[in-house]
Design a protein around this ligand. Structure first.
Ligand code: NAD
Length: 510
């Protein structure tokens, strides 16, 4: 990978600031945000962050743009999103590499993330012709009732570092076809991939005369996110990140009666029954725990294994961990890259210490890797600890490749362990037994937003509604009818009779 070629292809230059038709990002502030790659510790680039004044201008410009954009027919908006998807296709390789280099995930996962953006563009394009309302029967004669959906206005999108581009597109592409305008506040840890996205779509917006302010970017740390959460001009704040962030955003948005869509932390488990296909279970567990260096919201953090196969599976797992190659994620020989930064490494070390203090035993030891290949200081060993399901540390999400093994006897017990954490994002069961699978999926089963059978917890297709319960925040993004979160519902009743009958038969005469 030659970084300068990639940045050139993505049009990221020293002058990446300013506004253009349809799109604006302002970075005239004096504060600088530097992006260092966790891959080799090198500075990729620095940008000026958005000031409070500039933030206000962006919101005003967005409000202005909304007045026009909402009147574009939905199918025409969908055509813009279709063109964005095509442009992303042409830049998949460069953007995928930059995602991998700035965030540290493997190249395959970086490319997969851009593919997810393309997929959601296709989905949103089709959706633009399917924003259906329902009709119902009125109880009054000569009356017609139906529901229609209107856009909300300005949608604020706050995203996390681990999916630096895909989560924006999940939100933005759906919000756009619904007639909203979007302001994106990306993670301060991955600002350049966000700028690359704006550059990629710029020509589409200019060529189609999209009003300035339909798609905007504001850069900065959590202060900008807090401005958005407290800003009553922003109708919906869709926030992806830690539960701690979600608590703050959720309260701020609710206190002004705004809408929020929260996608927060997970603590995902795979239940491995005695009648599982253990090859599938092994692959799913290893990819789920080690992929993206354990920095996915859907990362597998807990394996709940039937006692009769526990020792056998533990040995297979230990053997598989021995094969994992750690190193530069752009080298396709490697399975696992670095953590995002040294603060994440410190958190990983803190959790390892807590596991031992709380009685856990490591069957695969962790540790920070040293040497020339690991000079960023962000590479760690994936580790596995045997623990009691009740220990406190296993109920927390540590964004690192730490896997807990737990033993169970009955399926009811396994499900109870699986549900005993505060988070409720992704879950799975490995079984070839229909009764066990259906129990897991029944109302007595998994309490998570995502429940898989013979698939790991990690990753999802864009066609389903994505999100989780409890401390994961309850939001749903992406496929299915998630679009309804980006619109307001209006119940319409039309009286075409020549009288005014009241509902519930109420009699009122003058
Ligand atoms: P983070 O919470 O530190 O930051 C996420 C974003 O929120 C950043 O843009 C940050 O600047 C902003 N932010 C932080 N505090 C804020 C506040 N008080 N008000 C407004 N904005 C604020 O998270 P992170 O470390 O970037 O990402 C990792 C977390 O994200 C993990 O917990 C992971 O599980 C979660 N995540 C969840 C999903 C999901 O769909 N459920 C997807 C990806 C990541």
């Amino acid at each position: 990978m030659i970084l300068s070629d990639i940045l050139n292809d993505l049009h990221i230059t020293n002058q990446h600031q300013g506004t253009s038709t349809g799109l604006s990002w302002l970075q005239g502030g004096k504060e600088t945000l530097s992006s260092f790659s966790p891959v080799d510790g090198k500075l990729i680039g620095s940008i000026n962050t958005t000031t409070d004044d500039e933030y206000n201008k962006v919101v005003e410009s967005s409000l202005h743009a909304f007045a026009t954009w909402r009147n574009w027919p939905a199918a025409k908006r969908g055509d813009i999103v279709r063109q964005i998807g095509n442009t992303l296709r042409s830049k998949k390789s460069s953007l995928g590499q930059l995602v991998s280099y700035e965030m540290g995930k493997s190249l395959q996962e970086g490319l997969g993330e851009v593919q997810e953006m393309i997929d959601i563009c296709d989905f949103a394009t089709g959706l633009s012709r399917q924003l259906y309302g329902m009709t119902t029967q009125s109880e009054r004669p000569g009356h017609r009732m139906y529901e229609q959906w209107h856009p909300l206005g300005v949608v604020g999108i706050i995203t996390a570092f681990n999916f630096p581009v895909a989560v924006w597109s999940w939100n933005a592409m759906i919000a756009l076809v619904c007639g909203n305008v979007c302001i994106w506040k990306p993670s301060e840890k991955t600002p350049l991939t966000a700028i690359a996205c704006q550059e990629i779509i710029k020509d589409v917006l200019t060529e189609n005369n999209i009003p300035e302010g339909v798609i905007s970017l504001v850069n900065g740390d959590k202060h900008i996110g807090e401005l958005m959460a407290n800003d009553s001009r922003i109708a919906l704040v869709s926030a992806t990140g830690s539960t701690q962030m979600g608590k703050s955003v959720g309260v701020a948005v609710a206190s002004r009666f705004g809408k929020s869509l929260l996608e927060l932390g997970g603590n995902n488990a795979i239940i491995i029954t005695e009648d599982a296909d253990l090859n599938i279970a092994l692959n799913a567990a290893v990819f789920g725990a080690v992929g993206t260096a354990g920095q996915r919201c859907t990362t597998t953090r807990r394996l709940i294994i039937h006692e009769s196969i526990y020792e056998q599976f533990k040995a297979q797992l230990a053997h598989a961990y021995g094969q994992i190659k750690i190193g530069n994620p752009l080298d396709q020989e490697n399975h696992m890259g670095p953590l995002i930064d040294k603060a994440a490494v410190a958190q990983y070390q803190h959790t390892i210490k807590a596991i031992t203090e709380q009685g856990g035993t490591f069957i695969i030891e962790g540790g920070v890797l040293e040497g020339l290949a690991f000079e960023s200081g962000c590479y760690v060993k994936p580790c596995i600890a045997e623990v009691q399901s009740s220990i406190e540390i296993a109920k927390k999400e540590t964004f690192a490749p730490i896997l807990y093994l737990m033993k169970y006897n009955t399926l009811e017990e396994a499900v109870s362990i699986q549900n005993s954490v505060p988070q409720g994002l992704s879950s799975s069961i490995m079984t070839l037994n229909l009764r066990k699978a259906e129990y897991f999926l029944s109302t007595n089963g998994s309490d998570c937003g995502i429940a898989n059978v013979n698939i790991g917890t990690s990753g999802a297709e864009i066609g389903g509604a994505f999100g989780g319960e409890k401390e994961t925040g309850g939001g749903r993004e992406s496929g299915s009818d998630s679009w309804k979160a980006y619109m307001r519902r209006q119940s319409v009743t039309i009286n075409y009779s020549n009288t005014l009958p009241l509902a519930q038969g109420i009699n009122f005469k003058l």
